[in-house]
Write a protein that binds this ligand. Structure first.
Ligand SMILES: *Cc1c(COP(=O)(O)O)cnc(C)c1O
Length: 189
């Protein structure tokens, strides 16, 4: 049942069910903002892990990784994901998270999500640390694009943006199919 409202409550549960359906996901987790979603996902990292981000991601996300995650001992690098050879070159044995946005905010750079997913899959066959592929879908919303169907492990979005019409709600969503990721992220929520 519902023991404590922050841990779970009927309203949030219902909302998560709906967003999960929109994303074509087994699970969806609602958090207090898009940046809260970024922070929760970043907690999957440990000291020594590497994050590879597309060079045109949201400023808040870039600063979160650079200012806070770096302080905790993670490495971060960026690449132009429109060029697959750049992604291959920058993937390391300790890459734990690969992060892109498509289209990106504010430059609307479009990335081939499925092509990047294949590169990460090939990389993961031979690397020690398996990279988790995260797509920030804030600009499209699950109505127009479903990153999980294109090979992402996690589809997050700022519900603050297009999914709600813009500027009258502050919320974030994290959708996934993997049981292991859901278990970890649910605790972090
Ligand atoms: C706005 C935005 C965020 C952060 O969302 P907030 O709800 O404002 O915290 C994250 N990613 C993208 C692409 C955004 O546009």
């Amino acid at each position: 049942g519902y023991i404590y409202t922050r841990m779970d409550n009927p309203s949030r549960h219902g909302l998560e069910q709906v967003v999960g359906k929109l994303d074509g996901a087994k699970y969806s987790i609602a958090v207090s903002s898009g940046m809260a979603a970024v922070a929760v996902i970043a907690h999957l990292l440990k000291t020594g892990d590497h994050i590879l981000v597309e060079e045109n991601i949201y400023g808040g996300t870039y600063h979160y990784f650079n200012d806070f995650c770096k302080k905790m001992g993670t490495q971060i690098s960026d690449a132009d994901f429109t060029n697959p050879s750049e992604v291959i070159k920058k993937l390391c044995q300790n890459t734990k998270i690969v992060w892109l946005e498509s289209p990106s905010n504010p430059y609307t750079r479009v990335i081939d999500i499925n092509a990047v997913s294949k590169i990460i899959h090939d990389h993961n066959m031979s690397s020690k640390e398996k990279a988790i592929f995260v797509v920030d879908n804030s600009m499209m919303s699950p109505y127009f694009q479903r990153p999980l169907e294109l090979g992402a492990d996690i589809a997050m979005c700022a519900g603050t943006k297009y999914i709600n019409g813009h500027s009258d709600v502050l919320i974030g969503f994290i959708s996934m199919n993997r049981d292991d990721l859901h278990k970890e992220l649910r605790k972090l929520q």
